[in-house]
Design a protein around this ligand. Structure first.
Ligand code: ATP
Ligand code: MG
Length: 607
């Protein structure tokens, strides 16, 4: 389709009157930023869709930004795509400023590369594997460490080419167990992923910090309230990592931070200091606890605190040295066991609570499990390492033991950090300096993560170079992800009200909406004139020229969260008092002649 007929289709008949602009590319681009609602594909819904749980998912569907294709897979409609592109633009700008170079890697990745890194087996069911017509195995990329290492290994020669940071903005596929919350946890989603290569660890640290501050800049520009926290390295691996979390009640992650110092970590990694009274040593003895299977019941019956009990949980392990085995893990009765910490302590891929039948195989039974004499590996939380006078299950029906000393009676157990920190625990980072800092918790949406990977991928994939002394050396690597499509949901979670989304100017699908009230020729032509003026001024404008009631138009404009609304009707024109409203707040009535200037000054003020 030629540019002119394309523009005529989207702008309407009037487009043909701007013939001169069709040869002037920059202005033509500005025209594409404008749209008549009557020709625009933005199907809005009056009611909340039944299957949407969180506000961002509800609003994205209602406002016609996205539509579901299948579980965790969505269409981006024009409105949604415009926001996605705006976020991408900010990410691109900041990554470029930070010295990273954009490339585009394939979505389809051959199994051989994943076999080299060891992740073909390890990655689990999230990796969508398939065979092509030649029975060759491939996968859809959930992340691109293998592919980028393969590329760089073939091109890298000398230390003089390093450091180098390469990034892409691309669609990923992860066959998530529980895709949910719309764009928040999809199976197909858009990620910015960057990979840096270095001659040594010191250079990697510099880039890690560079990416850290770049992420802070990006999330600030997106207008988000966020926090960077220490993080577990998960399936990506490596030796150091931080996640960036947008603070929101709907967040799937729990983060812990100090009331006093800058300590902040995902609870999957967070540590704290628990002040627990020490209990008297006593003889190890059996006590009868008929039908008392819950910690609370036993504590109440014996008149002790729950912290004096040992809670023993039995897990089935997948991956690592204990693959396929049953293990026991203990925390204090009033603590919770952190599953990710346990998996890390075992170097396992997955740990799942075992079923009752598994208890039998290790010589125990439900409700009375204790750490003594089990026929399996036992891990014990560090807070119990020196514990004496404890109460635990006796691995016999209706029976517990008291006077348990961990060091004496469970001497073979491995001590590891297994407990999940709790609000009000003392902060391990600053408490020792007498600060009285304590742990607070908040929910977060993970929108980015940075990893210092070392040589985890560069070694197996052979990313080698000649160092300053002419020797072959293995490159050191970092990787840095941002959930670009998840960010759309995260921004909405923080920026909405009862009427709909509230977009910051930099992200809004359109900066201005002109709402024409009524069908009078005067109102339509005044609206069209303003529409053209704003287009000429390079403003992204949606003209609601539909034959709908004003109420419907107001509701849609609010639902879509467009930042500036200009209302043009006969009454306003007669009085020369045109209403200019900001979605986030104030409204004013001004003369028609000063509307464009007012829009400019609002935009200058809020951007
Ligand atoms: P999560 O813990 O939420 O599953 P992750 O730690 O596995 O995420 P990374 O490998 O760190 O994800 O990917 C980089 C970024 O991609 C994440 O910080 C997140 O913003 C985004 N992301 C990851 N998984 C999804 C998903 N299923 N849907 C949308 N965005 C995602
Ligand atoms: Mg992550």
């Amino acid at each position: 389709m030629c540019l002119k007929s394309f523009a005529t289709r989207i702008l309407g008949k009037k487009a043909s009157s701007f013939g001169i602009l069709f040869v002037h590319v920059p202005k033509f681009t500005a025209k594409l930023a404008a749209m008549r609602y009557s020709r625009f594909f933005a199907p809005t819904l009056r009611d909340d869709p039944a299957d949407a749980e969180v506000i961002s998912h509800k609003l994205l569907l209602r406002a016609g930004f996205i539509r579901r294709v299948t579980s965790g897979v969505y269409d981006f409609l024009p409105m949604g795509l415009r926001v996605l592109r705006n976020i991408e633009a900010i990410v691109r700008e900041e990554m470029t400023c930070a010295g990273a170079q954009e490339l585009l890697l394939p979505m389809v990745q051959p199994s051989e590369l994943w076999q080299k890194s060891g992740r073909w087996e390890k990655y689990g069911n999230e990796l969508l594997r398939f065979k092509d017509r030649h029975a060759h195995e491939s996968c859809l990329g959930p992340t691109h460490e293998e592919v980028i290492c393969d590329l760089v290994s073939r091109e890298l020669r000398s230390y003089k080419q390093l450091p180098m940071n390469l990034y892409q903005i691309q669609t990923k596929f992860r066959d998530e167990v529980r895709p949910r919350f719309g764009l928040m946890r999809g199976r197909e989603f858009v990620m910015k992923d960057a990979y840096s290569f270095h001659a040594d660890e010191a250079s990697l640290q510099v880039e890690y910090q560079n990416m850290f501050t770049t992420y802070q800049r990006i999330f600030n520009r997106l207008g988000l309230k966020f926090r960077a926290v220490e993080a577990d390295t998960g399936s990506i691996g490596g030796n150091q990592s931080h996640e960036f979390h947008v603070l929101a009640e709907s967040g799937e992650d729990l983060i812990a931070y100090c009331s006093h110092c800058d300590y902040a970590a995902n609870v999957e990694k967070a540590i704290s200091t628990r002040v627990i009274p020490s209990f008297d040593t006593a003889e190890l003895s059996n006590i009868s606890t008929p039908d008392m299977t819950a910690v609370e019941d036993v504590a109440k019956y014996l008149g002790v605190e729950a912290s004096q009990l040992v809670k023993t949980l039995i897990y089935q392990v997948t991956g690592g040295a204990f693959d396929g085995q049953i293990i026991a893990a203990c925390v204090r009765g009033d603590d919770s066991l952190q599953g990710v910490k346990l998996a890390r302590a075992l170097a396992a891929d997955i740990v799942e609570l075992a079923d009752d039948a598994a208890l039998k195989t290790i010589g125990s039974l439900k409700g009375f499990v204790g750490p003594q004499g089990l026929a399996c590996k036992v891990l014990i939380d560090t807070s119990l390492q020196a514990a004496v006078g404890m109460v635990a299950g006796a691995n016999k029906i209706d029976c517990h033991v008291s006077g348990l000393s961990i060091a004496r009676d469970v001497a073979d157990a491995e001590i590891a950090d297994l407990r999940e920190v709790r609000s009000d625990d003392a902060c391990s980072k600053c408490d020792s300096k007498g600060s009285e800092g304590y742990i607070k918790q908040a929910r977060g949406i993970e929108v980015g993560q940075v990893f210092s990977l070392g040589q985890q991928y560069t070694k197996p994939l052979g990313v080698l170079f000649q160092d300053q002394h002419g020797k072959r050396a293995i490159a050191t690597m970092g990787c840095y992800g941002i959930g670009v499509s998840r960010l759309i949901a995260a921004v909405i979670e923080q920026c909405h009200d009862d009427h709909g989304m509230i977009w910051p100017l930099a992200l809004a699908p359109f900066q201005v909406v002109i709402i024409t009230m009524g069908k009078s020729e005067t109102a339509m032509s005044a609206s069209e004139k303003l529409y053209q003026d704003l287009i000429e001024a390079g403003i992204e404008v949606l003209w609601d020229d539909r034959k709908e009631r004003p109420g419907v138009k107001f509701k849609d404009a609010e639902l879509m969260g467009l930042p500036i609304h200009v209302v043009i009707g006969d009454r306003g024109l007669d009085a020369d008092a045109i209403e200019v409203r900001q979605r986030a707040g104030s409204k004013q009535a001004i003369s028609m002649a000063s509307v464009a200037d007012t829009i400019h000054s609002i935009m200058a003020e809020v951007s």
